[in-house]
Unconditional design. Structure first.
Lengths: 313, 354
């Protein structure tokens, strides 16, 4: 088990190395001279050539690219993501400040998604090809097909504008959380429900389920003791990836509902041409995503003994 | 003669498929007696496994079962599903084919045995685990391996776990479906002797489903031979081996490595549209004209011995069989008493030979 985890950790660190490279080169590859970009973002108007040269030296942009990268990496290791080009705030502090809102939304959406998807998927598989199954799958097909932003707008129209029971945007109370979480949760649940159904159907067709039946167990015992643990393996992977994705900020939904999370921070920084903030956000999102997939891998090993034990043992 | 523990009367099993109705079992009648090991042999696809699963009603919902399967006075086919569950595992244990697929990959071997005790006998966790450990020891696995998972066991060990599961509740009847499939010769013998030993010790009965005639001959008291969904010959194991009366049984014997290693000619027929008359006639080297037209009945001319063949009905195969080596012991290393050459000669002398 520990060997497995350390292997995974090694893999994640390689991935993160790649992420830093990509995030750094994005800055270099961006159109225009970085110094000019910074100048434009910071002062909002064109500066003279000598002023830009001064800025270039001050920001260390005159050094060769690989030296710049190493310097940047060095800062990174000390958790220094630099300062915002626009507000001069510390990038990491800014992201940290936005993280709770994003995490809150991510957890709520994941819960809603699983609460809808698991029962629907399990029922669909157990009552395969019945009206119940078909209607569950139809609803989830609709759910997959509806784009987030449209569903968000629909929900705002229904609950905020027509029924006046929930606020249409903002952050702070549980009421504010409902609509964005519902938007994200329902659209995520569609795929999870289909995956759960397909996976459980496959498991129920396995020989070991028949063998369990041959031992005289009732269907309830078979489902809960034998089938679900196997069927949840792909579901855990998928839900974990979704959670990692959500932690990185649901860009569209956060923007629609003015949810002050990382997704909205990213969008705002892009519009403000706040390059260091964008870079910091991208890096942070990538790290969170890698860590959540690491968590999924570990959870997978807990569920599946075939992964937990190396062949050698 | 012991009373039957299980008697199957005129069992038909059919499946509706897109290609037509597959008649996997037709008119199966047989008895398994208390304390008896009955070998059920035949080629792949002849309906042996279907019969084994039909007894416990483990076939899919598409299967249509007709007839009677009586286990100690209870007709299993008329039981409601809930009552049927009390027979599965507890009265009749089954070892399905392919242990690596039949064991749940995410549950430890010990737990898969223990849960049987917890479910059927309402034991607590500790007690059930202790019983599971005992069961593992009984089949030759040290009890501390109970916490290991199926992928950590070898094929032979997995089969031992299956034996432990099948016999956990000391069922009156054990159905073992190809328990030696995919095992090497040594392991095969160990497993088979283990199962037979335990079954005999408990005075239970066993239905041993196998395509291995040699194995059935070694272990079983009686042997039933199936072909294309029908029983074509049934009798005492030693007699079936030493004196086969159905040409198919004879061909099966000849396919054994020590007996010529000749494969049975042709392919097993489709169960959707089986051949007319005797189902074996297209592959039979003794066939008469009548064989392709009239379906022979399963008839007996001696006690305990039934055959579905016109030749044996006319005493033909019996006569030819009597010539070469009737006095030979029913040992597997001797030549089969009926060799096809002499039987063929006999069939050629027949006036209505086709």
């Amino acid at each position: 088990m520990w060997k497995y985890i350390s292997k995974r950790l090694a893999m994640v660190s390689i991935v993160l190395m790649g992420v830093t490279l990509v995030a750094f080169s994005a800055m270099c590859l961006a159109p225009g001279d970085p110094a000019e970009v910074i100048a434009l973002a910071r002062y909002g108007e064109d500066l003279s050539a000598s002023q830009i040269e001064t800025l270039r030296e001050a920001e260390g942009l005159d050094a060769p690219v690989h030296v710049q990268y190493l310097i940047w990496l060095n800062h990174l290791l000390r958790l220094d993501l630099g300062k915002s080009l626009v507000t001069s705030e510390d990038v990491l502090a800014e992201i940290r400040q936005k993280l709770p809102a994003t995490a809150e939304l991510a957890i709520a959406s994941l819960l809603i998604s699983l609460l809808i998807a698991l029962p629907a998927g399990i029922l669909g598989a157990l009552r395969k090809n019945t009206l119940l199954d078909k209607s569950c799958m139809f609803v989830s097909l609709v759910g997959v097909s509806i784009p987030n932003f449209w569903l968000g707008l629909l929900l705002i129209w229904l609950f905020a504008l027509t029924l006046h029971i929930l606020p249409s945007f903002g952050y702070g109370s549980l009421k504010h959380l409902v609509l964005p979480a519902l938007t994200l949760g329902t659209s995520m649940s569609a795929v999870t429900a289909r995956l759960t159904r397909a996976s459980l159907l496959e498991v129920m067709g396995q020989e070991y389920i028949l063998a369990a039946r041959a031992r005289g167990f009732d269907e309830h015992t078979i489902l809960f003791r034998h089938a679900l643990k196997n069927a949840f393996l792909p579901v855990v992977t998928f839900a974990g990836m979704q959670f990692g994705y959500l932690l990185g900020g649901a860009v569209i939904v956060e923007t629609i509902f003015s949810w002050p999370g990382i997704g909205k921070l990213l969008v705002d920084s892009i519009f403000a041409r706040d390059f260091s903030m964008v870079q910091g956000c991208v890096l942070f999102i990538a790290v969170l995503f890698s860590l959540s997939s690491l968590a999924v891998d570990i959870l997978y090993a807990v569920l599946d003994p075939r992964i937990r034990y190396d062949r050698r043992d | 003669m012991n009373p039957p523990i299980l008697s199957i009367e005129d069992l038909n099993v059919s499946f509706k498929t897109s290609k037509g109705i597959v008649r996997a079992n037709e008119g199966i009648s047989l008895e398994i007696r208390e304390g008896e090991i009955l070998g059920l042999i035949g080629e792949t696809g002849c309906g042996k496994t279907t019969l084994g699963k039909a007894i416990l009603r483990l076939l899919s919902g598409k299967a249509k079962l007709e007839g009677k399967i009586v286990y100690r006075d209870t007709d299993l086919l008329t039981l409601p599903e809930k009552e049927m569950r009390c027979f599965r595992g507890k009265e009749i244990g089954i070892m399905l084919q392919n242990p690596s697929a039949c064991l749940n990959p995410v549950l430890s071997a010990g737990r898969q045995i223990a849960e049987i005790y917890r479910y059927h006998e309402g034991m607590g966790k500790k007690e059930a685990e202790k019983k599971a450990g005992e069961m593992l020891e009984l089949v030759g696995i040290s009890s501390f391996r109970g916490c290991e998972y199926p992928h950590q066991f070898s094929g032979g060990m997995l089969q031992r776990v299956m034996v432990a599961i099948g016999l956990a509740l000391r069922p009156g009847l054990l159905i073992a479906d190809e328990p030696t499939k995919g095992l090497d010769t040594d392991t095969k013998l160990q497993i088979v002797e283990l199962i037979a030993g335990l079954v005999r010790k408990e005075n239970s009965s066993m239905l041993l489903i196998t395509h291995d005639l040699e194995l059935a001959g070694r272990l079983a008291d009686r042997i039933a031979v199936m072909y294309a969904g029908e029983i074509i010959e049934i009798g005492k194991a030693a007699e079936i081996i030493s004196n086969p009366k159905h040409p198919y049984t004879l061909d099966l014997l000849h396919s054994l490595p020590g007996k010529g290693f000749r494969t049975v000619p042709g392919q097993p027929p489709s169960l959707v549209s089986p051949p007319s008359g005797c189902r074996y006639h297209p592959r039979c080297s003794f066939r008469l004209e009548a064989c392709s037209q009239v379906h022979p009945e399963l008839l007996g001319f001696e006690s305990e011995r039934l055959t579905r063949c016109f030749l044996s009905e006319m005493g033909r195969i019996k006569e030819t069989a009597a010539q070469p080596s009737l006095n030979s012991q029913p040992s597997l290393n001797s030549q089969p008493s009926l060799n096809s050459q002499s039987a063929l000669k006999c069939a050629e002398e027949e006036t209505w030979h086709c």
